[in-house]
Design a protein around this ligand. Structure first.
Ligand SMILES: Cc1cc2nc3c(=O)[nH]c(=O)nc-3n(C[C@H](O)[C@H](O)[C@H](O)COP(=O)(O)O)c2cc1C
Length: 209
């Protein structure tokens, strides 16, 4: 039985240790990844890639580069979210392809490409600026994946506690094309209870009428 959205909000927590005997089914991991794939992205660029790691040797290699966190090796599926770098540069020709998917007339396509390049001039001026922009967007994909997992009673943990260069080198990432944004292990918790600690509603929400 799938959890309601409300139930899944209460179920999800940053899982610290997974039961390494329990594996996520192919159907469930596809459901989770699909929630990432269908996430919103700025100008519809989808500047991300999801690596799904189940190889135990590779997980063992990655763990020291991720502050030796137990989730890396005990999870069922380790999803590595990469932020696109090259694919958002106008000169790569990819933004044009992304816009062209919407079957618009040539003049609209030209308009959007011009708007894109002008609006993002500063963002596109360096790979570090691009990373800041695209990595931010990958958080939507990651959050959607974790919510989808929770709906099916599957645990997760968003992980930024890593040495970015080390992880990228282990995974042979071409840094001109992609940079590491986030690691999200998925699996089933081992005797853990979620106890959410949160600020009060009124402290984080302000209605402006
Ligand atoms: C960007 C980001 C990075 C995080 N990195 C780690 C991490 O490296 N290791 C970890 O155990 N939890 C990590 N967390 C989980 C947070 O510590 C956790 O979400 C927060 O303390 C609230 O707890 P809860 O999610 O269990 O309710 C990270 C969360 C976010 C959003």
């Amino acid at each position: 039985m799938e959890k309601t959205f409300e139930e899944s909000l209460g179920f999800r927590h940053a899982c610290k240790v997974f039961d390494d005997e329990k594996k996520i089914s192919d159907e469930d991991i596809k459901y989770i990844l699909e929630a990432g794939r269908r996430s919103p992205s700025s100008f519809g660029m989808e500047a991300w890639k999801f690596l799904v790691i189940t190889n135990e040797e590779l997980k063992l290699k990655l763990r020291p580069a991720c502050w030796s966190q137990a989730q890396i090796t005990t999870c069922s599926h380790l999803v590595i979210i990469l932020a696109g770098i090259e694919s958002v540069k106008p000169e790569s020709g990819i933004p044009k392809k992304r816009f062209a998917r919407r079957n618009m007339p040539q003049e609209s396509l030209d308009f959007y490409l011009k708007l894109y390049a002008e609006h993002l001039a500063d963002t596109l001026s360096s790979d570090e600026n691009i990373y800041a922009w695209t990595a931010k967007q990958t958080a939507f994909a990651g959050a959607n994946m974790m919510s989808a997992a929770a709906v099916r009673g599957i645990d997760s943990c968003p992980i930024e506690g890593f040495d970015r260069d080390q992880v990228e080198d282990i995974l042979n990432i071409d840094k001109s094309k992609f940079r590491l944004s986030m690691a999200i292990p998925f699996g089933y918790r081992l005797n853990e209870q979620s106890s959410q600690v949160r600020l009060d509603f009124d402290e984080v929400v302000e209605f402006i009428n």
